[in-house]
Ligand binder design. Sequence first.
Ligand SMILES: *Cc1c(COP(=O)(O)O)cnc(C)c1O
Length: 368
Amino acid sequence: MKKTTFVTQPYLPPLEEFIPYLEQIWENKVLTNCGPFHHQLEEALCEYLGVEHICLFTNGTIALVTALQSLRITGEVITTPYSFVATSHSLLWNGIKPVFVDIDPNTLNLDPSKIEAAITPHTTCIMPVHCYGHPCDVDAIQKIADNYNLKVIYDAAHAFGVQDASGSILRHGDLSVLSFHATKVFNTFEGGAIICPDAKSKVRIDQLKNFGHVGEVSVVAPGINGKMSEFNAALGLLQIKYVDQAIAKRQKIDALYREQLASVKGIRCLQDAGETVANYAYFPILVGPDYPISRDALYQKLKDNNIHPRRYFYPLISEFPMYRGLSSAHRDNLPVATTAAYQVLCLPIYPDLDEALVTEITSLIAIQ
Ligand SMILES: *Cc1c(COP(=O)(O)O)cnc(C)c1O
């Protein structure tokens, strides 16, 4: 029986190197509530990512929910239907109405030229996603936000380490949110973070992730428990030592896929979107109408060969029951996203993926 290959495999640093971290936790008995590893990971991530202020979280979804809380976002928020469902769920958890806007056919990110038409007197914020780690058109989005006095919160769950010409992609907008889930480029098993622009915002976000507590006897907001534990922070500290190495391995796989799929008729590989440093988080292909079989038939064919690609993002968020009643969720409003959802297939990519296996996958795609 051949080994099954999934779309991703979590990256794990050498186990023996984790033991000293555990010994330290056992010795000082600080398990959570912003202990020494939490503090060290904040510093290490600020340095690695090239940002000034970061707040660590138990996961990316609670970080998104808290980011919206911290800016007191209400009413309607413009967002993309082409994402993981947590993006829109964070709005519903705040009693906010998501307003879906279509995506750009080249980047599959929120299309800035379609945003203005979706703005109403209730709009307070735009929540775009740097899909697959490819940067959004941040300048165009900021211009609209400035014109209409809207906040911008980026769901940057895919964009760890990504840079554009002037530095980290995470410095754009009012806040950016990362996920350190097991499937992401950098993981702490579960985890997440908010990147914020100043120390004052960090104080507020850190209060909100700790029940709104300030000191022992004062609670200033209806905060939540979003704290990252010392165990997860320690995993992050060890993981960060290996992340460049892991991304370099991903880059090789990305290049191999592109080379081997370049001449396959009907298959389009997504191109970069202005990043100067990429993270190769995903490898999406678009199965076009000129490919001999349908996307789903190719998906099944790969599965029959023990290769498990994912149809990220199918169905669109706007198709799920809690969203499909919204007028912006109608397919006529989202033609590009709808087409992408029926064409995309994310192929396996992770640091330990064997190059021979990449060739096997591309051969299966090439030969009909
Ligand atoms: C992974 C992901 C999230 C959620 O992050 P968790 O850490 O799993 O809660 C949010 N948005 C996008 C786009 C994601 O891919």
